[in-house]
Ligand binder design. Structure first.
Ligand SMILES: [Ca+2]
Length: 278
């Protein structure tokens, strides 16, 4: 049944995808890949998104999903595939998921490996609409995530009404967190809430070992960011095994430094015996 809102065959714009790894730090392995929209010649996401007006948003959202799943299938990885979706592009949650289900069925792509990240949720006034979409996804065993958590105004309101599987902490909260006590307190509180609600956290935008070590010290295990790998066009970026080495603060004199505490933990007998990622 087509509600008439989308016509994926006539989008009129071609685009592709880049992949960025999400790592499980303690396990020293790649947990999943987020797909990011790119032009067919690796132009930025903005280059494509600027061409998507209101009339094409429904079709665009449909194509993103099937394109991401088809590309992931051709790259033959078996981790999580994370897809950004536009809640305002979903007209009817039940109908709009059908082509995604069809692609999964056609390729034998397990639904539990697909995670949907909701973007721009601060612009969504209709939380009921989003809850309906998420409920529909959960029904089909897809994973759900709130993206950029902490960046908007409605994150906590949304969380009070609906709990996803994953929260992706916004990179602005992570940037220089090692030298910003206020950010540490805010992030720690969010982590405590998520622990109580049984929600896993992905810390986005990790760029330095100092940022990483604070977040590891806070008990976070899933990470994404340039520290590990930049997105790669139509391919899977490698993550250097060096990224999983414990951080050393050569010049640090602070005995309570989170990096030092982390290093001690990291050197405990059961953590050093793990196999590094290839
Ligand atoms: Ca995202």
């Amino acid at each position: 049944m087509n509600c008439g809102k989308c016509n994926p065959k006539n989008l009129g714009i071609d685009f592709s995808m880049a992949f960025q790894p999400i790592v499980a730090f303690r396990e020293k392995e790649i947990w999943g890949y987020e797909t990011l929209v790119r032009g067919v010649n690796d132009e930025s996401a903005a280059f494509i998104l600027d061409q998507i007006d209101e009339s094409r948003i429904h079709s665009f959202d449909q194509i993103i999903r099937s394109k991401a799943i088809r590309l992931a299938h051709s790259l033959q990885f078996d981790q999580i595939l994370s897809i950004n979706f536009l809640p305002n592009a979903v007209y009817n949650p039940e109908n709009c998921i059908r082509s995604t289900l069809a692609v999964c069925d056609e390729l034998g792509f397990e639904k539990k490996r697909v995670m949907f990240e909701v973007t721009e949720f601060e612009k969504i006034n209709d939380h009921n609409h989003l809850k309906n979409i998420f409920n529909e996804y959960k029904k089909h065993k897809f994973l759900t995530a709130i993206d950029d958590f902490g960046a908007g105004y409605s994150g906590l309101n949304l969380l009070a009404e609906w709990q996803p599987d994953i929260i992706k902490l916004d990179m602005k909260l992570i940037r220089d967190i090692h030298s910003n006590k206020t950010k540490q307190l805010i992030v720690k509180s969010i982590i405590d809430i998520c622990n109580d609600l049984n929600i896993r956290i992905i810390s986005e935008g990790i760029e330095t070992i100092e940022e990483l070590s604070v977040m590891v010290d806070f008990g976070v295990d899933l990470f994404q960011g340039y520290y590990f790998a930049k997105p790669l066009f139509e391919n899977l970026p490698a993550v250097s095994p060096k990224c999983f080495n414990y951080p050393i603060h050569n010049n640090c004199v602070d005995k309570n430094c989170s990096s030092l505490k982390f290093a001690e933990k990291w050197l405990s007998p059961d953590s050093v015996s793990r196999t590094p990622a290839g």
